[in-house]
Each structure stands twice: as structure tokens, then as C-alpha cells.
Design a binder for this molecule. Structure first.
Ligand code: HAM
Length: 420
């Protein structure tokens, strides 16, 4: 039986087939995401993967609603698998924000589901690093988030030659819109056309814009001028102070597809333009109010960084490390009469925090040694009985081939010193 299209199987490396994904690489990415979020003082939260359909139909905008995985459950409730984290987060924050000091800085690593047309960089399931701030109107918060995004991407070895954050502003576009059109009900459609400008045939966009009463040339001129608004200017200065100017530019082609954004918005792209967006985010100052039915009003901003494009980019730039079982040692049991003592040693070593494996059933010594090499264990460890009948541990470093024989009690200490 095959898996569903657009879903992934994650296998430990070495991968058995080009069509499967690396569970090791996924863990590597999650660790980096978590570690950088923590360095920036963000706390981890999580929510349910299933939500009432309504949470998304009124909040995210038509595009995402068209991609929902939804169904009616056995209690006749209309349910959706979460296509994004932001509405869930807004609901959670609205419910209990009083218990937290502001600004609230939270992150999550959710798996999300969108019934999208499958293409490079877009699947029907993906993971996102979400980082969001609540309760801060100052652009210092926008700059902090952009810096977090930059530092996260840098932690994988990516440089300013590899990616760029394109900063834009819904406010700038809103002003542009208001100066030319007084019918606010057309704004979302207008934003959608701008959002797709780069991916759509120019003639198609031109036609759609003309129908709404906008001139394609005026829009191109506005984008090309790229005049930063006062708030974008402050963000650029803030990032320059951190030495991060090379990673950002103002680009009004970015407007964001989701309906709830209100102010500064941004997207991360690879510099060569080979891949789809790596990350996207911005301000959504009205969403908490909308979701809480007017009860709570908190400014908010955040971003989502997907694992699919990031992995494609890291692979293309040769930035993924080689993964193996990461074992500190493989315990060889060559003398079956010492299996009991070996199990005790293995338990002690594992209790000391070391990663140890061994052959579950009796096996020839050369077979055990071969297995230790295949899974790239750092060392082998073997219990031996010396001439006076005492038990000792023989530890062999599989890289340097250096061997040490020492009392059993010292084995854990020696291994811990060189633990990976
Ligand atoms: P988004 O732009 O829809 O924003 O998604 C963010 C990132 O998730 C994209 O840049 C892309 O890397 C990845 N992504 C999205 N859809 C797919 C897909 N079908 N397959 C693979 N990767 C995908 C949001 O979701 C917002 N909720 C982010 C946010 C958080 N805004 C404020 N806070």
C-alpha cells in the first residue's frame, strides 16, 4: 500500500530510496530551530492538530480555506486539520494572556496540512518553526523577529549569498490602494493579485488588475521605487546595528497571501530564486480581537519557517551533515558466559548517559565487529577475564584504533570523556 500523495515517510539514514525523507535531517533541523528560539528567549507551546473548521474559515482567507483538509466527526462537528498555527495560537493567547507578562514570546514546531497542488517545495504536509510575539506595538519587535529568522537560517551555515529577507508593508500597500480605490471590499482580491505577481503571467495579472481599476505600470513603478516607509526604515536601522544589513532588503512584491496581516510583512527566499519561499510572516494586530470576539485586544506578529524548502536548500548547498547512529560504543559479547556482566555494563553506561548498542543474540565475533563498523559506533567495548580471573573492559577507538584495557568501573568514565 502506498502513502498518500504529498505525504512523507521519514527513514533513518542511510536512506533506502531517493523518494523518502531523512528522519535524522528532520531532527537536526528541529534541534537548531529549538535552540535558536531559546537563545532569543522564546518559550515553547503546542496546540491540537485538529481544530473546529470555523477557526480557519473566517480568519485565514480564501486561499487557505480552499486547501483545508476537513471532515465531519462522529459527533457531527465540522473539523479541519490545522493548515497553519497562527489561529490556534491567537485562540490560546486570547484565552490565557493575563497569566503571562508582555511581551509574550512563544514558539512551536507544528506539523501542518494543506491540500495543495503538489510541486517542488510544496507538499500536503510540512513542519514549520513558528515564532510569535504578542503585546508589543514597537517595530523593535518586528526587527527582533527578523533577526531571529536570519540567525536561525545562519545556524545551518547559510550566508547572505544564500538567502535574503524581503521586507514589505501592508500599510504601504493599503495607502497605495486607498489612494486609488474607495471600495475596501476589493482590498483582499487586490492583495492576492500582488501576492501572485511573480508566479503569474504578466498579462494575466495586468488583466485582473485592470478589472479592479488599477494600472499595472503604476504598480510596477511603486515596486521598483521600493521607498521604505518610516517603520521599515527603523527596522533596517535596528538590523544594521546588529550587523545584519546584508540579509535584508525592502521589496514591495511581497504582500503575503494570508488575510490577517496588518503591517510589516516579510518573506525569506534563496538568493538565486530557485526555490519557493523559505519563510513568511508579519504583523497581525487584529487577529486576537477577531478570534476572541472582541474580548481581548493584543498586537501580534510572527513568522513560519517551513522544513521542506529549507531542506531542499541545505541539500543543494551541501550543508547537511552526514548522519549515523551516533553510538558512543558497541558492546561486543564474544564470550556468552559474560552476557550477564555485559548487560550490567551496558545498563551502567546507558545510565551514565552514553549511547550503547550490542548484539541481542549470540553472534560470531567478526559479525559483531562488522556491525559496530557499519553503524559507525565510535568505539567497541568488550568484557574480558584477565589471568587472575578479574573482569576488565577492553575499549577500542574505531577511528584511531587505539586500545585501552581498564577496570570495569572506570569504563564509563573513560567513555564519557570522549562521548560524542
Ligand atoms: P505561510 O507563508 O503560509 O505562513 O507559510 C510559511 C512557510 O511554510 C512558507 O514560507 C513555506 O516555507 C512553508 N510552507 C507553506 N505551505 C507549505 C507546503 N504546502 N509545503 C511545504 N512548505 C510549506 C503561515 O503559515 C503563517 N501562519 C506564518 C505566521 C506565523 N505568520 C505569523 N505567524
Amino acid at each position: 500500500m502506498d502513502r498518500l500523495p504529498g505525504f512523507r515517510d521519514f527513514y533513518p539514514e542511510p536512506l533506502p530510496h531517493p523518494d523518502v525523507w531523512s528522519a535524522d535531517a528532520r531532527q537536526y533541523i528541529f534541534n537548531k530551530w529549538r535552540s535558536m528560539a531559546q537563545r532569543y528567549g522564546f518559550r515553547e507551546y503546542d496546540g491540537p492538530p485538529l481544530e473546529p473548521l470555523e477557526l480557519f474559515t473566517t480568519k485565514s482567507g480564501e486561499e487557505i480555506v480552499g486547501q483545508l483538509y476537513n471532515f465531519i466527526d462522529k459527533g457531527q462537528r465540522e473539523i479541519a486539520l490545522r493548515p497553519e498555527m497562527t489561529p490556534t495560537l491567537a485562540r490560546m493567547v486570547a484565552a490565557h494572556e493575563r497569566n503571562y507578562k508582555k511581551p509574550i514570546k512563544w514558539f512551536a514546531l507544528p506539523q501542518l496540512f494543506r491540500y495543495e497542488r503538489q510541486q517542488k517545495g510544496r507538499l500536503r504536509e510540512h513542519f514549520q518553526f513558528n515564532a510569535d510575539i504578542f503585546g508589543e506595538t514597537d517595530v523593535a519587535a518586528d526587527a527582533e523577529l527578523v533577526a531571529l529568522l536570519i540567525d536561525t537560517l545562519r545556524s545551518f551555515g547559510l550566508t547572505a549569498k544564500d538567502f535574503i529577507i524581503r521586507l514589505s508593508s501592508r500599510n504601504a500597500w493599503q495607502d497605495f490602494f486607498n489612494q486609488r480605490c474607495s471600495d475596501e471590499s476589493k482590498a483582499y482580491e487586490f492583495y492576492q493579485i500582488i501576492d501572485k505577481l511573480e508566479r503569474e503571467q504578466p498579462a494575466v495579472s495586468q488583466d485582473k488588475l485592470a478589472k479592479l481599476g488599477f494600472s499595472f505600470d503604476e504598480i510596477t513603478a511603486f515596486i521598483n521605487a521600493g521607498q521604505p516607509t518610516a517603520e521599515l526604515d527603523l527596522i533596517l536601522k535596528n538590523l544594521a546595528a546588529r550587523g545584519l544589513s546584508d540579509f535584508v532588503k525592502v521589496d514591495y512584491q511581497v504582500i503575503r497571501g494570508l488575510a490577517y496581516y496588518t503591517g510589516v510583512v516579510f518573506e525569506a527566499f534563496d538568493q538565486q530564486g530557485e526555490f519557493r519561499a523559505i519563510a513568511g510572516g508579519g504583523r497581525y494586530d487584529n487577529l486576537v480581537k477577531l478570534i476572541s470576539g472582541g474580548k481581548v485586544n493584543l498586537p501580534a506578529l510572527g513568522f513560519g519557517l517551513g522544513d521542506v524548502v529549507l531542506l531542499e536548500l541545505l541539500k543543494a548547498r551541501g550543508l547537511l551533515p552526514k548522519f549515523d547512529a551516533a553510538l558512543d560504543a558497541f558492546c561486543l559479547i564474544e564470550d556468552e558466559s559474560l552476557r550477564g556482566e555485559s548487560l550490567k555494563l551496558i545498563t551502567d553506561l546507558r545510565t551514565a548517559g552514553l549511547a550503547i548498542d550490542y548484539s541481542l543474540t549470540p553472534a560470531k565475533p567478526d559479525k559483531q565487529f562488522k556491525r559496530a563498523q557499519e553503524i559507525k559506533a565510535a568505539r567497541t567495548i568488550k568484557i574480558e577475564r584477565n589471568a587472575s580471573g578479574e573482569l576488565t573492559a577492553r575499549i577500542k577507538d574505531l577511528r584511531t584504533r587505539e586500545e585501552n584495557v581498564l577496570p570495569l568501573t572506570e569504563a564509563a568514565e573513560l567513555l564519557a570523556k570522549g562521548a560524542r
